[in-house]
Design a protein. Structure first.
Length: 524
């Protein structure tokens, strides 16, 4: 004998119930009774029943038809809506409990179409279709969604379908489509914002998608309102003048004006306006092409043109300054040494051999000094190792030379640039900027130490130059053009598409950060 019995237990707080399964067997001494607690199983069964009731209530109260079928096209479950309307809908049911893929009352074409949709779901597809049911007094549209059903192993065991009446939505869509056809040629092909407004009151009756995108208004936000009400004209008189011009000559062509978007931004537009007649009623068609970017580009072009002219002027000045420095060096130093050499040689030709030998020795010393000065001048103009060995050897040479001449200790670190060559323009720019920056440190900063870091990463070369000098106000220096060296470094970086940033305060030292784009590199 097997029974299931609930037993009520008492504890300190409240009674509680637990379920046991009882098995009773006869034995020689009487009866053997075994108790197995099944409380958790009973709770799980009750929860399952409750879940099934809730699921059934959900699908029965859903505003649409729901059913599920197995791989043999037999119904597993269907809601009341489906059962009520199934026999009225073409192709739903055949024999009781089966879908109508073999219903002889349906044409073969219809049966094949239904079966094809069921089979798509059984292949694992999730999809929807819209079908029209022609009936009096008017057609009905239904949308079906199909999804496969899979077991725990992932094998497809059937499919589900959900159908909903979309007739009202279809009517709205058709009415909207017919309305849009009136203006499709104008609005679909227009690459600029377009608005159609009534002539008497200026109320907007239609706008295109470009209008919504450019001005930030949704269509429903502007229909029935005027551009003045929307605040699109920052100067109301401008709108009046435009309307008067349209009334006078019937159109406006390529008028540049500023218009306000929904966000409040003012943008530049090229505006054209024409009269159009729709349904024997006059309207005004206004098209506006956003030319803000082109206007800004023109401003940027003018700015770059001005900066280029300023840079050209500075380059000419720098070239002339360099030429003067070379001229002074040649005249004051090398020229004088050559003159002394000539006089010494002339004197040597007139002296006895023993005295002439001394003069020749003096001449040789002058020649050696001349060679050193010419070599130094050549290195100042452009060190050969920059072209022959690359950026890092040239910078190392320059730093060592600076330390010997000034006593300033320079901590030089570099990363990912060793043994690599870059465009001559990039290497020259980096070398000249570092040369100018370290020269400024030596001349003006009163520094004892400097730090230089050069590294390549992310398609850019980054240069950091820092000193412990007296610092200054860089904004004031750049604004007043008191430092041609700073301006020159900034312009050199700008010419190759880079950025230049300087940080300094009086008494706090100076830090220069430069980023230059790297187009290509090669290995030595």
């Amino acid at each position: 004998l097997e029974t299931q019995t609930p037993i009520l237990f008492e504890d300190y707080y409240a009674p509680f119930e637990r379920w046991f399964e009882n098995r009773i067997y006869p034995s020689k001494d009487g009866l053997a009774i075994f108790f197995t607690e099944i409380t958790e199983r009973k709770r799980a069964e009750e929860e399952l029943r409750a879940s099934q009731r809730n699921l059934r209530a959900l699908i029965d109260n859903t505003d649409g038809m729901i059913f599920a079928a197995d791989r043999e096209y037999k119904l597993i479950v269907a809601n009341k809506k489906f059962e009520e309307e199934a026999n009225q809908l073409i192709g739903h049911l055949g024999k009781p409990g089966e879908l109508a893929i073999d219903n002889p009352q349906l044409s073969e074409e219809v049966r094949k179409a239904w079966k094809a949709r069921y089979d798509r779901a059984l292949r694992g597809e999730h999809f929807s279709v819209e079908l029209e049911r022609k009936a009096a007094p008017q057609s009905q549209w239904l949308q079906y969604w199909y999804s496969p059903i899979a077991d725990e192993s992932g094998e497809i065991t059937g499919f589900t379908s959900f159908a909903r009446d979309i007739t009202a939505r279809k009517r709205v869509e058709n009415a909207l489509w017919e309305s849009e056809q009136k203006f499709s040629v104008i609005f679909k092909k227009a690459p600029f914002a377009a608005a159609l407004s009534r002539l008497p009151d200026g109320a907007i009756v239609e706008v295109n998608e470009e209008f919504e995108g450019v001005f930030g208004y949704a269509r429903q936000d502007v229909i029935g309102r005027t551009s003045v009400e929307l605040g699109m004209y920052p100067d109301p008189d401008e709108r009046i003048r435009t309307a008067a011009k349209v009334q006078e000559q019937g159109f406006v062509r390529n008028a540049e004006m500023k218009l306000r978007t929904k966000s409040g931004n003012l943008r530049d537009f090229l505006v054209n306006t024409d009269f159009v007649e729709i349904g024997k009623e006059k309207h005004v068609l206004t098209t506006a092409k956003d030319i803000t970017e082109s206007k800004e580009a023109e401003g940027e072009l003018r700015l770059h043109r001005d900066r280029l002219a300023e840079l050209s002027r500075r380059l000419v000045e720098a070239h002339e300054t360099e030429q003067r420095a070379i001229g002074r060096e040649l005249h004051d130093q090398i020229g004088q040494m050559l003159t002394a050499l000539k006089l010494t040689m002339d004197v040597a030709t007139q002296l006895p051999p023993e005295l002439a030998a001394k003069k020749i020795a003096q001449s040789q010393e002058l020649v050696s000094e001349l060679i050193g000065r010419v070599s130094s001048l050549s290195l100042e103009l452009r060190p050969p190792m920059l072209d022959d060995l690359g950026l890092i050897p040239a910078l190392t040479w320059h730093i060592n030379r600076l330390q010997e001449q000034t006593g300033i200790q320079v901590d030089f670190k570099h990363s990912s640039v060793e043994g690599k060559r870059y465009d001559t323009e990039i290497e020259t720019t980096v070398y000249r900027i570092v040369q100018e920056a370290l020269t400024n440190v030596a001349r003006h900063a009163h520094a004892t130490r400097a730090r230089l870091e050069v590294r390549a990463r992310g398609g850019q070369m980054e240069i950091l130059i820092e000193d412990n000098g007296q610092g200054f106000d860089p904004q004031a220096a750049l604004a007043k053009h008191r430092s041609s060296g700073l301006s020159g470094m900034r312009e050199r970086a700008s010419l190759v598409g880079g950025t230049f940033r300087i940080e300094s305060q009086p008494g706090r030292g100076t830090k220069i950060l430069i980023q230059l784009p790297l187009t290509r590199e090669s290995t030595l």
